[in-house]
Design a protein around this ligand. Structure first.
Ligand code: ZN
Length: 348
C-alpha cells in the first residue's frame, strides 16, 4: 500500500480522529537506536549531541522508523540540584544517592531556572537537530519525568511515608517540580519538540491508593497536561503498569495520546476515552518484542490493530519501553505490520 501522508501528518490526523492513509505506529527507539550503532549510554552522554542524533537518523533513514525520540527524561532535575547524585553507566543513567535526606530539606530547595543547567542545553540541542533532520516529516518527542516520579527520584521510597506524615511538604515538593517541568516542557517545545510526554509508574495502582493518587499523582499530572494543552502543545502519557480502579481518572489527564500498558483492554480503553484523544499499545515488549519470534510479533501486533483500529484514534505500539536488546528482525516486523495492515473504514 502506498503512503500518502508523512508520519507526522498521520499522527496529527489520528489524534484528531480524522481518516488516515494507513495505521500509524510509534515505538520508542532511544536505547534500541544506540545499540544498533554500538554506542554506550555513558559515551553518548559525554559526547556532542551529534552522536545521539546519528543513532536516531539511522532508525528513520535505514530502518524505516516513524518518529524521532530525544534523549531526555534522564533525571535532569537531580543532576541540576547535585550532579554527584547521578551515575552514568554503559546501559543507563542512574540515581545512586537521593538528594533529599529528609522531607524537611524541601524547605531549603534553591529557586531554579532550568534553561542553562546541567544536561538541559545538551537535550535542547538534540531536539533542535532532530527537528532539522525531520524536515517536518517525523514527529519529534521530548520526554520528561512527571512530578511524583521526579519527587521519588529525589527522595526515594521514604516519599511514600512522607505523604502520610508530612503531606504539606510533599505538596510543596510537587509544586516545585511541576514548575520546573513546565519550564522544561516550554524549552523543549521552543527547540522543536512536536510532542511532550511522560510516564508516572510511581503513582499507579501497584503503589498507592486511589485517594493518594488523586491528591499526589493525578492533580499534578492533570495540571501539567492541561497547561500544555492551553498553550497548544501536544502531549502523550504512558500509563505504565497497573491502573485498575483508576482508569477513568487516567483518561481525564488531558493528554492527546495514551500509551497503554498490557493491563489495559484496548477496546474498553477506546470506548472510555471517546473523542478525547488517541490510544496506543499494547504489544508486550518482553514476552513478544524481546523474546518472541517474528511470527509472534506479527500475530500480537495484528491482534492489537484488529481490536482497536476500527474507527481511528489508534496507534500501533508496545505496552512499555521497548528494550535496547529487542532483536532487529522483531522491530522490523512490527513496522511491517503497520505498513501492511488494511484499515477497516469503520465509523469515524
Ligand atoms: Zn511502561
Amino acid at each position: 500500500m502506498t503512503s500518502t501522508q508523512t508520519p507526522l501528518e498521520r499522527l496529527e490526523q489520528t489524534i484528531e480522529g480524522h481518516q488516515v492513509d494507513r495505521l500509524p505506529i510509534l515505538i520508542l527507539t532511544k536505547m534500541f537506536g544506540l545499540k544498533q550503532l554500538g554506542i554506550a549510554v555513558n559515551d553518548c552522554l559525554k559526547s556532542s549531541p551529534d552522536l545521539y542524533v546519528k543513532s536516531q537518523r539511522h532508525c528513520v533513514e535505514e530502518l524505516g522508523h516513524e518518529a524521532l525520540w530525544a534523549f531526555s527524561g534522564i533525571w535532569e532535575i537531580n543532576e541540576i540540584l547535585d550532579p554527584s547524585t547521578i551515575k552514568d553507566t554503559e546501559d543507563a543513567r542512574l540515581v545512586h544517592r537521593h538528594y533529599l535526606n529528609s522531607i524537611e530539606d524541601v524547605k531549603s530547595l534553591p529557586g531554579l531556572l532550568v534553561k542553562d543547567q546541567g544536561k538541559i542545553p545538551w537535550v535542547l540541542e538534540i531536539i533542535k537537530k532532530l527537528k532539522s533532520l525531520s524536515e517536518n516529516r517525523y514527529p519529534v518527542f521530548g520526554h520528561l519525568s512527571m512530578p511524583f516520579e521526579n519527587a521519588f527520584m529525589l527522595r526515594g521510597n521514604d516519599l511514600y511515608k512522607d505523604l502520610i506524615r508530612s503531606p504539606a511538604l510533599v505538596h510543596q515538593l510537587l509544586e516545585y517540580i511541576l514548575e520546573l517541568d513546565l519550564q522544561y516542557a516550554m524549552l523543549m517545545r521552543d527547540a522543536g519538540a512536536d510532542i511532550i510526554w511522560g510516564t508516572n509508574p510511581t503513582v499507579n495502582a501497584e503503589l498507592m491508593s486511589n485517594k493518594h493518587y488523586e491528591g499526589f499523582g493525578f492533580s499534578y499530572d492533570q495540571r501539567f497536561f492541561s497547561t500544555l494543552r492551553e498553550k497548544g502543545i501536544k502531549t502523550m502519557f504512558h500509563a505504565c503498569g497497573d491502573w485498575s480502579g483508576r482508569v477513568d481518572k487516567v483518561f481525564e489527564l488531558g493528554a492527546d495520546i495514551y500509551y497503554l500498558s498490557r493491563h489495559f483492554d484496548l477496546k474498553e480503553a477506546k470506548k472510555n476515552l471517546g473523542d478525547r484523544g488517541a490510544i496506543m499499545g499494547n504489544v508486550p515488549v518482553v514476552d513478544t518484542l524481546l523474546q518472541g519470534t517474528s511470527q509472534e510479533v506479527e500475530r500480537q501486533a495484528t491482534a492489537c490493530a484488529n481490536l482497536a483500529s476500527i474507527g481511528g484514534r489508534y496507534i500501533l505500539g508496545a505496552d512499555c519501553t521497548s528494550p535496547r536488546d529487542t532483536p532487529p528482525e522483531n522491530m522490523a516486523t512490527i513496522f511491517r505490520v503497520a505498513k501492511e495492515f488494511v484499515l477497516s473504514q469503520g465509523e469515524r
